[in-house]
Unconditional design. Sequence first.
Length: 386
Amino acid sequence: MVTVRVFLAVAAVKKWELHQMDVHNAFLHGDLSEKVYMQLPPGFYKGCPGLVCKLNKSLYGLKQTPRCWFSKLATTLKRYGFTQSYSDYSLFTLCKGQMRFHVLVYVDDLIISGNDSAAISTFKQYLNSCFHMKDLRVLKFFLGVEVARSEEGIFLSQRKYALDIISKAGLLGAKAVAFPMEQNQRLAGSTSAVLHDVDRYRRLVGGLLYLSFTRPDLSFAVHILSQFLHEPRQDHWSTALRVVKYLKGSPRQGILLSADCDLKLSGWCDSDCASCLITRQYVSGWIVFLGHSPVSWKSKKQETVSRSSAEAEYRSMALVTCELKWLKGLLACFRVDHTGSMELFCDSQSALHLAHNPVFHERTKHIEIDCHFLRDAVLADLHAPT
């Protein structure tokens, strides 16, 4: 999903056209690389007992069908001249002289963008000759996300999806709240009654998780609620309903991918103070901007227990450094090169000193080696912690 936001953010800045196509019965196009036999369907005349058929093409229901379809599509695109990205295998790029355009694949949905309308039209004809395609023309709705383009940029929202969540929760008439969660709320170790309808809680949290594709303000709340999917209690359900009440006040909220900015990456990170009462682990939160456009964010519990807030902040910086380096490679597929350092913002002076100082101290030598590649990035002038 991060690649989708980056794809659209680059298209917004470069003023590229955005088109969408859909493949009819995509999984039936895949070529099987192994022998698969199938029992004859009910009602089909059997000439002798034990008669089976050998499949020459993939069918819906086979475990290898999705991969067979993607391999078929990738081969078709490469035959046309596309190059598959190493940063994300679902991204394909074609460059000839000044002409360049890109294709982003999500199962059987394709987003096409580039700077040459004639080349895009020719490519659509090529796809139609290979598969049974449906041309949806200008991109307006993709994977439940509404795409609205204006002079300011591309606005992504999930208004309809948010309203569906509110309706299913029975809160269309509820009063909206200003924040998704109460401050310093503790849900771990709750002794309230166990929910009888566990699936309802899981469906609601899953819906909120998908809604966070365009709502970074939900990330922390969804991260907390996702920890109790195994045995949710009444307190957890009440907290989930509060998040829905928060949605009630802003169902149209989304993110704007600005058309008037440079394509420079910058990251912001933070951590809390051992909020989990059971494990005493810190929670990292970070967001990455491409110019003025938010393209990647996450709220995640750290895998180990930090011995200080400085160490927790340092681990958060290491996490966002991984994301920045990957995004830099992804942007190279769009011919967007970073010549200077990528800014990384953190509010802990101690963590900043750790990042700048390559000397191992008594208080930091226990930190895993993989976290210290942040120092290497700073020394190589790839990042400028601030």
